[in-house]
Design a protein around this ligand. Structure first.
Ligand code: ATP
Ligand code: AMO
Length: 475
């Protein structure tokens, strides 16, 4: 297929050569005997021109002028290096068209204008205000810019995803999974795939989708928690999974989804659960460093539309005991009950304080109160009101939860009862620790949260290809 060239490869080096490309029609301008077509292929754009006085028929010019935006065309033409290239195109050369074929036609009227959908958005929250109008306008001095609302975007997600910022988000998301997997495989972890249809809840609580399983009630897995621990205990010792996680959360926050992608890991340790915390810190360092190296074009595509400050990660990750975090907050004038989970506002405040004091957007809080953690979390033997647990934060928002797990069947049964999880619904899991079990710990990362916070995106829906929230089951 080397007859076809990629748009990104059409450069000055091909001057005066005849090339054939397949690309989308981004926009058509001009009339009569001079037609200009901006072609697009993913991030790359290129102008193709049709001039009647080049020997092209007027019928061909008229045909080209009428090709609907977003159609795929095949064009053969000569590469020309203009004196004044189109600044907005990524390619600084033009093609003078000899032949043009409409390869696959788009409809004549698109439900969203892709140029509007790619406008710079300074206040991302404006996109959430779908109840107002499908399109709202952001005022910049005297100029008003059209903002395409989040619901309109999601209703037309296939087109919305073609906008460069969204291409960037999807590709950086792929990069996060790539480096998560790469780092862990290098360190002897085994990738596993655990069931998503299960007989009980894995996290407890009411946030579970129930479904019929041939007459028996089944749950959609709220996490691979129980199975990844069984993965360690069956002697894989170090396991990870990238897979869907289902949460029946009636949440309309910019950071909750009903289905998200979990990056989970679990490992046996020797002496202390901080062996796992340190591995996870290193893992994040590896992910961020490689994203910045390999995905700079994608990151910039996002920044162009949704300006954000670079995410700062320092290798020396600040780690605060839960009660220390409460003290820091108290000192700064925030109230936080030392026996309850951190309030969202307090997490944000802590993020700001840490950024000011340590110059980093990434930190860990550990030793959470027992009330804030699930039944399988190991209690702190020195202070059983607290647990061997931790949360990781980016820009003051939680992106990962984890803990050392209870690997004693009796203690586990007791804790399940205390947290109102009927032991009989998880009996196989409890029993697996009867046959000799390693002390182990792990964590679960929300992919869309990491993506959102790395790229400074306000609404998590932008970070899921086809997001699910309590009001959205399509597309
Ligand atoms: P995790 O499930 O690990 O705790 P999370 O980020 O969803 O992850 P939650 O414990 O659910 O964290 O909630 C943390 C904080 O987020 C809560 O203290 C609460 O203030 C806020 N929060 C949680 N759910 C909602 C919701 N549905 N609407 C508004 N705020 C919420
Ligand atoms: P937790 O419930 O904290 O822990 O979830 C782990 C991480 O998943 C992300 N997350 C979400 N992302 C989008 N929408 C949601 N509704 C949502 N809920 C959670 C967050 C969170 O930090 N089994 C444990 C993990 C473990 O201990 O290994 C668990 O599921 O980034």
């Amino acid at each position: 297929y080397d007859k076809y060239k990629r748009v990104k490869n059409i450069t000055e080096e091909l001057k005066d050569q005849v090339v054939t490309i397949r690309a989308r029609v981004h926009r058509v301008t001009g009339k009569g005997g001079a037609i200009f077509i901006i072609l697009r292929e993913s991030f790359s754009t290129l102008q193709a021109c049709l001039f009647q006085n080049d020997g092209v028929s007027s019928g061909m010019c008229e045909y080209a002028r009428r090709i609907p935006k977003e159609s795929l065309v095949i064009i053969t033409g000569i590469v020309h290096v203009p004196e004044n290239p189109i600044k907005k195109c990524t390619q600084q050369v033009e093609i003078h068209i000899q032949e043009i074929w409409n390869h696959h036609k788009s409809v004549p009227r698109l439900p969203i204008n892709l140029d509007d959908a790619a406008n710079v958005v300074l206040n991302q929250k404006l996109e959430d205000e779908d109840h107002k109008e499908e399109e709202t306008k952001e005022e910049r001095g005297k100029k008003k810019t059209i903002i395409v609302g989040q619901n309109t975007r999601l209703n037309n997600r296939i087109l919305d995803l073609r906008v460069p910022a969204n291409q960037g988000i999807l590709r950086v998301g792929s990069g996060i999974c790539r480096y998560f997997r790469e780092f862990l495989l290098e360190r002897d972890f085994t990738e596993i795939h655990t069931p998503k249809l299960i007989g009980g809840t894995s996290e407890g609580g009411a946030e579970v989708f129930k479904t019929d399983y041939f007459g028996t009630e089944a749950c959609l897995a709220q996490s691979p928690q129980l199975y990844k621990q069984m993965g360690v205990t069956c002697d894989l010792e170090r396991v990870f999974e990238i897979g869907p996680v289902f949460r029946a959360e009636k949440s309309f926050t910019p950071r909750h989804l009903c289905e998200f992608t979990g990056l989970d890991l679990e490992m046996a340790f020797y002496e202390h659960y901080f062996e796992v915390v340190d591995t996870i810190c290193e893992l994040f360092g590896y992910i961020f460093e490689n994203l910045n190296k390999t995905y700079s074009k994608e990151i910039e595509a996002v920044r162009t539309q949704y300006p954000f400050e670079d995410f700062v990660f320092k290798k020396e990750v600040p780690k605060f005991k839960f009660v220390e975090a409460c003290d820091i907050l108290k000192e700064a004038g925030y109230e936080q009950n030392p026996h309850k989970d951190l309030e969202t506002e307090n997490e944000e405040a802590l993020g700001k304080i840490v950024k000011e004091k340590y110059g980093t957007d990434f930190f860990v809080v550990y030793n959470y109160p027992i009330e804030a953690r699930p039944f399988y979390t190991m209690l702190n033997p020195d202070d059983p009101e607290y647990t061997h647990s931790y949360d990781f934060f980016m820009r003051g928002q939680e992106i990962m939860s984890g803990a050392q797990r209870i690997h004693d069947p009796e203690m586990l049964t007791e804790r399940a009862i205390a947290k109102e999880v009927p032991p009989e619904t998880i009996q196989d899991y409890i029993n697996c620790f009867q046959y000799g079990a390693y002390p182990h710990a792990g964590g679960g990362i929300g992919l869309e949260r990491v993506l959102k916070l790395f790229l400074g995106i306000h609404n998590i829906r932008k970070c899921s290809m086809f997001p699910r929230d309590p009001k959205r089951l399509t597309p």
